[in-house]
Design a protein around this ligand. Sequence first.
Ligand code: SF4
Length: 421
Amino acid sequence: MDIADLYHSRISNPLLNTSYPLHPEDWRQYKTSGTLSFEGEEEVSFYIHIPFCPHLCSYCEYTRMLLPAKEFQQQYLDTLKTDILRFKEEHPNLTLRGFDIGGGTPTALNDDCFNTLLNLYDEAISGMALATDFEPSIESTISLLSTTKLAAIAHHGIKRVSIGLQSTSAPLLHEHRRREATTEELAQVITLAHDAGIKKVNIDLMYGLQHQTHESLLADLDVIQHVHPEQVTLYELRTNMIHQNPTHTIDWLFDAYSLLFDRLTELGYNSQFGQNTFSVIPDDQGLSSYLRHRMLQGGSYKGFGISAQSMSHKGLAYNKGKNLTHIAELLASNTFEGGHTYRLPPPELCSKYIAIAGYGGRFSLRHASELLGTDAQEHFHSQITFCMQEHLLRYSKNDILSITPKGFRHHGAVFSLFYLP
Ligand code: SF4
């Protein structure tokens, strides 16, 4: 099938977004034993996964579970510490590009355990060279950001907080088993964060939730205008990841994104059409340095905690565990390492990079070339030629291929030409 036929055969396939591989079995041939090698790496980003939440939202695709008792939280952190210190001991000369603490909801931890987590963050970065643009970040929700926790976050040098708001519609959130927050509560938390010394607050919004309307998105944007966080990130609900049928058409999703994009840029946020991050700060991509390194530059990352993902120039790995029972077993062995490891050939490494970067609407041919070990422009000649002729992609910088508004309507079909050729 030629590229044009391939593209047209994919434009109505909701399974093709930026998930790659589509099924874990697709990588069966690359499965290997042991942990992922970081040999030869000079730079890496760290990610800590805290999988606990006080309630479980129905649309959530992440590995998360109800917050266990304090003792269990502490044991989880003890195991994290063992894994982190072991990795550091085995890789003493890495430069740290970024550090995200996510989940789950890390700030759901009991106050003592939260302090333990932040001390662990200190231990993790201690003695490591930090990149000049190192910008750690932590995820939270409005109801789990007390003054004490915000002060502790800032005290430990974490100056970016990402808050999951998702929607301001109470009925919509209740329908998805999530609690709402008022505009006043959100404004208060942002003020408290700034007062504590946190420089960037990001608000996550979702579009594509079941029964969500364009009117409710406009109401979300009114709240954003009122509380004016430094950054906003838009997440499209990708129903294939939570094994549901699509709740909105491709055209509805496109119109929803367009509405959000137009209004956010009117409000002074910088972005480009097709990108999912917005920032009022000039020359800011709206991302933590972990995400910048991982999504824009194809950088290697090491994940700690249950089911966390790691990637190096050798392949990709997932830690063990999916639920509380698994964690209990893993605590006994004092490690989350040793899940599935895939030793990937260069084209698969490049495919994974493009799929990850595609979430932000663009990818770098230079970084694709580094992963491929050959010139990506030549390697993808037919895909690039087709996408240029059809105005699906454009060059936004010398080596960056960005999705166009026409391409964004079927972004899964466009980007998948590069990772499912
Ligand atoms: S609070 Fe966040 S991580 Fe927890 S279940 Fe809801 S969406 Fe998922």
